[in-house]
Design a protein around this ligand. Sequence first.
Ligand SMILES: Cc1cc2nc3c(=O)[nH]c(=O)nc-3n(C[C@H](O)[C@H](O)[C@H](O)COP(=O)(O)OP(=O)(O)OC[C@H]3O[C@@H](n4cnc5c(N)ncnc54)[C@H](O)[C@@H]3O)c2cc1C
Length: 431
Amino acid sequence: MSGRSEADLVIVGAGAAGLAAGLAARAGGLDVVIVEAAGRIGGRALTDKTGLPSGPYDIGCHWMHDASENPLAALALSHRKALRNQPHPDGVPRWLAMRGAVMDAATRADCAAYYLRCFTALEEAGAAGADRVGAEILDTSSPYYPLFRGWAGAIYSVPPERISTGDIARQMETPENWPLEHGYGAMIAEILGDQPVTLDCPVRRIDRAGKHIRVETAQGTIEADDVILAVSSTVLAEGAIAIEPGLPADVLSAIEAVPLGHAERVGIALTERLDGIGDQAPGHILTRNGDQIGLMIHEFGRAELTGYLSGDLARDLGRAGKEAAFAFLRDALKEVFGAGIEKRITGWVASQWSGDPLIRGAYSHAVPGRAHLRPRLAEPVEERLHLAGEATHPTRFASAHGAYMSGLRAVGHVMARRNRTGLADRPVPGA
Ligand SMILES: Cc1cc2nc3c(=O)[nH]c(=O)nc-3n(C[C@H](O)[C@H](O)[C@H](O)COP(=O)(O)OP(=O)(O)OC[C@H]3O[C@@H](n4cnc5c(N)ncnc54)[C@H](O)[C@@H]3O)c2cc1C
């Protein structure tokens, strides 16, 4: 921050939303300070470049969902990033193991048909205008329900008993999902991160009572005309940043209506690929204890496995620590492939989003019955205070590109206000 005490705009949080807002505001000629509590940029966009001998590994966002309508996909293409076009593995597991045994093709097809019935029922309930609890409309007596329960948790960040069908109906997504070979997190850091950000600078209090908003940070106080708060909905809901006067009641209710659910990624590199399983094979495991794991096998042709953990399991392991998440996946693999698999592991990495006090979960979901409150977050809190972040996008929430777009939207509100009030005519320091 280097002694800064004034700015046109302070942006709190340097995830995809905050970084996008920073670029847009600077391009518009504003004097901007971005303050980030962590010692790095990116937030939930993070690629680990050293942990796995098999290659760079996304700890957070990985799939460029919605690719043909995703502005980050356009940016990746313009920077000639290597990517793969693959339908998101949301339906048919190409490999399935239940309680220690690998299932045959007929069982996989049966399981896939059940998944399809579940997804269709959830979508139809939402499309019919109902905001119901997901589990109420599913056949929970199916032997595949424990598998679906975990997989739905991965997609929506909560298990069916906490899914809002109204939120599902709002979410817009095309079926294109393109993972980037060198990492989505790395791409976001490279393309959006080329701007000044003050790291290790948590914001503790925002005082919006006076003529200027006062942003109190660990490195001093900055006075600004406008503030964009681009932290996660759960960080805000749990009051990690004191805001005075407090947020209006409708904004608070909307924030509380879209908390983060839980998901963690564990990557394991192997000495060699698993026999008889092709590249990019989505697989599912139901452990002997009844836990579900989404697997991505041999992504980019690598001798590598991703275990995707969700729901309460992810919450507990994410809080217990990375070793616990790794040990869980390793033991689940031993159930299916035998104890010998352990000797073939050459490296591992794991996320810990639920245990990170600066994030506190994975991605947002609406509490059943309250999905209609989400769009309030896309409006200015009041004239000078704006929210950004994935949870604030009315239709592209829970994604990195939704976060990016929310940052641009917030800057649009700032610019419009400055034009309305004549603030735009103020000389820009250093211009
Ligand atoms: C396991 C996992 C898998 C995912 N997979 C995908 C995927 O495949 N595709 C996809 O599109 N999306 C995916 N996502 C979601 C995507 O990563 C997020 O939606 C997106 O990165 C959120 O960006 P954001 O800017 O809204 O928030 P964040 O990335 O959370 O950024 C908020 C920033 O605010 C900072 N902060 C917090 N408190 C303070 C404070 N007091 N002062 C200053 N700074 C503060 C934080 O440190 C953080 O850097 C995934 C997420 C997870 C966790």
